[in-house]
Design a protein around this ligand. Structure first.
Ligand code: DX5
Ligand code: ZN
Length: 225
C-alpha cells in the first residue's frame, strides 16, 4: 500500500478550445493527462475521439490516460492505438460496454500500451475479477460516467479496497469522479493510487496549486495509515 500517489488532470473540465495550453499549464503538478472519450451513446455526453487523441499525444508533455466511454470499444480500440499511444500511456474501456473484453485488452498490451478496464459505480467488482492477469489498470468510477463536477459516491470506497486486494500489486487502481480536497484522502486510503481530478484542478483559479494541494492531502492520508 506504499505505492506513491499518481495524479491525473482530466481535460473534460479544461478549456476545450485550448487543449495544448490546458495540458501544459498543469504538467509540472500532475503525472498523467486524463482524456475522456465520450460517444453520446454509452454516456449522454460527447467529447472527442481518436483524431484528437493523436494530436494530444503529440503535444502532451506527460503520458496520456485515455478513458473510453463508448459503445463497442472492441471495434474502436485499434484506432486509438495507431502509432502514437506508447509505453507509459493507458487505454481503458468499460466492462459494461464490452462483456467479453479479453481480446481487446490483449490488443492494447500487444502495442506496449497499458490496458485498463473501468467499472461504473453500481457494477460489482466480481464482474472484472477474472481479468486480473489481463489488465494494467482498473479504473473505478466514483460518479456515473458522462459529466464532470458531480459529487463523489462514497459507496464505491469498499469496492476500491476489494479490487485492490483482488488484483496483483502491479495493477494500478484508479479512481475517477468527484475527487476534491475532502474526498481524495478517502479514495487514497481505500487503495486508489492513480487519482483523476477534473473540476478540482481546472475549475480552480490556480490549477497547478490546486493539484499540488490534492496530492499533499492524498499523501498525508496514506502516510497517516
Ligand atoms: C466523468 C469523467 C471524469 C471527469 C471527472 O465521466 O470520466 O474523468 O472528468 O470530473 P470531476 O473530477 O470534475 O468529477
Ligand atoms: Zn474519466
Amino acid at each position: 500500500m506504499n505505492d506513491p500517489i499518481l495524479l491525473a488532470a482530466s481535460l473534460l473540465s479544461s478549456d476545450l478550445a485550448r487543449l495544448d495550453w490546458s495540458m501544459k499549464r498543469v504538467a509540472s503538478a500532475v503525472d498523467y493527462i486524463h482524456c475522456d472519450v465520450m460517444d453520446g451513446h454509452f454516456v449522454d455526453n460527447l467529447t472527442f475521439g481518436a483524431p484528437v487523441i493523436k494530436y494530444l499525444k503529440r503535444h502532451s508533455p506527460l503520458p496520456l490516460d485515455v478513458h473510453l466511454m463508448i459503445e463497442e470499444p472492441g471495434r474502436w480500440v485499434g484506432s486509438y492505438l495507431g502509432d502514437w499511444l506508447a509505453k507509459g500511456d493507458y487505454l481503458t474501456f468499460h466492462i459494461e460496454a464490452e462483456p467479453d473484453p479479453v481480446e481487446s485488452l490483449r490488443s492494447i498490451r500487444k502495442k506496449g500500451v497499458g490496458a485498463g478496464i473501468s467499472i461504473k459505480p453500481n457494477t460489482p467488482a466480481d464482474q472484472i475479477k477474472s481479468l486480473k492477469h489481463e489488465v494494467d489498470q482498473v479504473l473505478v468510477m466514483s460518479v456515473e460516467p458522462g459529466f464532470g463536477g458531480q459529487p463523489f459516491i462514497e459507496e464505491v470506497l469498499p469496492k476500491i479496497t476489494e479490487i485492490r486486494s483482488a488484483f496483483p500489486p502491479n495493477v494500478i487502481v484508479a479512481v475517477d469522479g468527484g475527487i476534491a480536497p475532502d474526498t481524495i484522502g478517502k479514495a487514497a486510503k481505500a487503495g486508489a493510487r492513480l487519482i483523476i481530478a477534473g473540476k478540482a484542478i481546472y475549475g480552480e483559479p490556480r490549477p497547478r496549486k490546486a493539484a499540488n494541494q490534492l496530492r499533499a492531502i492524498a499523501e498525508q492520508a496514506i502516510t497517516a495509515e
